[in-house]
Design a protein around this ligand. Structure first.
Ligand SMILES: [Zn+2]
Length: 203
């Protein structure tokens, strides 16, 4: 159904999924990871209708960024098909379910205060996060958890380079309470920073 006339920006790729009464196109952005999907369904009157579904928690500011990219894609596809496109939908409950994602356990660790035991920081481990898009996938999947916990949270990528693990840096993305740009730190730089949260909470 997607014709060659579809102009896809170079940093966006897609996969197709066949639905019972239509098609879904899942889009992925190089920097932002998974964006969402356009669901094409045949209505009773034979007209194709296009729904735009954006992934992520509606409260996550990144969800609006994904929606801003998805909307023109939906409009472009509706232009090609001559079908009306709905506004981006960030409440996918009424759309056909997405094909199940592979079972995935995201490992995380909470850091307690040395004295009172209250959680003071959270580390999320993303050993497969070898690029920005995969960091964002992880940030999206864990958003609800770190927003609820409301302590400083980092997503930590795989150890880079070679040599003893303690000497190898990793990319780290601070996602809460404020997003910061990606940093590349060695354990000797990162661990003392985290320890401060544990030792200074009750001082
Ligand atoms: Zn404390």
């Amino acid at each position: 159904m997607m014709t060659s006339g579809f102009r896809l920006p170079p940093d966006i790729t897609f996969d197709k999924q066949v639905l019972q009464n239509g098609m879904a196109y899942m889009f992925r952005h190089q920097m932002l990871g998974e964006l969402g999907r356009l669901v094409l369904q045949e209505a009773i009157d034979g007209q194709t209708c296009i729904e735009c579904e954006v992934v992520g928690d509606p409260a996550d500011p990144m969800t609006a960024k994904r929606a801003a990219i998805m909307q023109p894609l939906g409009l472009e596809l509706s232009r090609i098909l001559g079908a009306p496109a709905g506004a981006p939908n960030i409440d996918p409950a009424k759309l056909p379910p997405r094909s199940p994602e592979p079972k995935e356990v995201i490992e995380s660790q909470v850091i307690p205060c040395d004295r009172c035991g209250k959680v003071v920081a959270m580390l999320i481990f993303a050993p497969a996060a070898i690029d920005s898009g995969r960091f964002e996938d992880c940030a999206r999947k864990m958003y609800t958890q770190y927003a609820a916990l409301n302590v400083p949270t980092w997503i930590i990528g795989p150890a880079l380079g070679s040599g003893p693990l303690m000497d190898r840096p990793a990319d780290m993305l601070k996602v809460w309470p404020k997003r910061e740009s990606m940093q590349r730190l060695r354990p000797a730089e990162f661990n003392p920073m985290i320890e401060k949260f544990a030792t200074r909470h009750c001082q």
